[in-house]
Design a protein around this ligand. Structure first.
Ligand SMILES: Nc1ncnc2c1ncn2[C@@H]1O[C@H](COP(=O)(O)OP(=O)(O)OP(=O)(O)O)[C@@H](O)[C@H]1O
Ligand SMILES: [Mg+2]
Length: 344
């Protein structure tokens, strides 16, 4: 093959094979070697792609057929989804001269994104549906059995208010998330000190801390440098972390909040929120920042949670060019650390 064409094919991320009239491989580009493994001479395409549908499509093209496309999932190092395309070459010669170009485009990421979108819509619908169903139930009761019962009416209206508030919170959280995702490329440029934010958040959360009977022990550095940050967004981060620590702690437990500059990472400011709650099993930790992921759905819902809190935290910290670290020991408690670049 012309070395220039070979270089062009090697530059592609799509795996390309050329097969002869007997489906024997006569050429492979670099991407096909890295995806399907090392070169083994004189092999047929079916050696690498043992799928009847694919072989049939190649046969069709070699027999004079038109271009073919097949979606296929192959077990390579990991299962990978491909769009296979077969195009005839040398069609001017006799049937024995006909060859075909077979390309494999990895479409796994497209399918994954599509799956995530479908799951997300299903989750949102489900989360909105539950309070809505409850509201319909209360309305029905108020129109019927509880019509002339003042006590029951008051009680149901209170519950209806709670369900409506849940729906409003869910919608607000979803809007926050989508706004954050669209602004993620722009890091905040204002210089702020996180200590006053932590103090304000703790004061605002006093009712929840009282309900859960937990006390906050602050250990804030008096010489803490500023970070580049947005006050409202950082307020949201610390609110969620402290609220989580309170909700998932034991009655009477302590939550310690610290702000420091770590010797190991002098360019960063580290804020930690530690609780003495039930802790989190390792298999859950990596998934906690996924939208709607909750270890115990019923429990989080009882506490008014939407399961979007940590997803919002993650996106805010990404925009801040910072990170969230989660350490936990089951039965002993968890530490959520926020690491933010300090302002220079
Ligand atoms: N400190 C913690 N200790 C134990 N589990 C926690 C802690 N923080 C979070 N989790 C677990 O992570 C899940 C996700 O937390 P996240 O903040 O995203 O949602 P939520 O608290 O359930 O709802 P929301 O934040 O919207 O009120 C929680 O449901 C809980 O199972
Ligand atoms: Mg939360």
């Amino acid at each position: 093959m012309d070395p220039q064409i070979e270089s062009i094919l090697d530059a592609l991320s799509v795996a390309v094979f050329i097969v002869d009239a007997k489906q024997k491989i006569t050429y492979r580009n670099a991407a096909s070697v890295s995806l399907f493994g090392a070169v083994i001479p004189n092999k047929k395409l079916s050696y690498f792609v043992p799928k009847k549908r694919c072989i049939r499509a190649v046969k069709k093209v070699l027999a004079g057929g038109e271009r073919q496309s097949v979606d296929v999932r192959l077990q390579l190092v990991v299962p990978t989804s491909f769009r296979m395309t077969v195009v005839p070459l040398n069609t001017a010669g006799t049937e024995a001269d006909v060859t075909a170009v077979v390309s494999f485009e990895d479409v796994s990421h497209i399918l994954e994104a599509e799956q995530m979108r479908t799951d997300f819509v299903a989750n949102v619908s489900h989360e909105l549906r539950s309070p809505l169903t409850a509201l319909y139930g209360f309305i029905e009761t108020l129109q019927g059995a509880a019509r002339s019962d003042q006590n029951a009416s008051d009680r149901f209206l209170k519950l209806m208010e709670q369900e409506a508030a849940r729906m409003a919170r869910l919608v607000d959280d979803l809007l926050s998330l989508s706004k954050l995702q669209s602004e993620e490329r722009y890091a905040p440029t204002e210089k702020v000190n996180v200590n006053p934010i932590l103090e304000r958040v703790t004061a605002t959360l006093a009712p929840i801390l009282n309900t859960e009977k937990v006390t906050v022990v602050p250990k804030l550095s008096s010489t803490l440098p500023d970070v580049f940050g947005n006050v409202d967004e950082l307020t949201q981060v610390f609110s969620n972390l402290i609220e989580n620590a309170a909700k998932y702690s034991r009655i009477g437990a302590e939550i310690s909040i610290s702000s420091t500059v770590d010797d190991k990472e002098p360019d960063m400011v580290r804020i930690t929120v530690s609780d003495q709650g039930e802790g989190i099993a390792p298999e859950h930790i990596a998934r906690l920042t996924q939208r709607f992921y909750r270890i115990d759905k019923g429990r989080s819902r009882d506490k008014g949670g939407t399961g979007l809190g940590l997803a919002i935290v993650k996106h805010i910290l990404m925009r801040h060019r910072g990170r969230l670290q989660i350490n936990s020991v089951l039965g002993q408690g968890s530490t959520f650390s926020v690491v933010l670049p300090r302002a220079i």
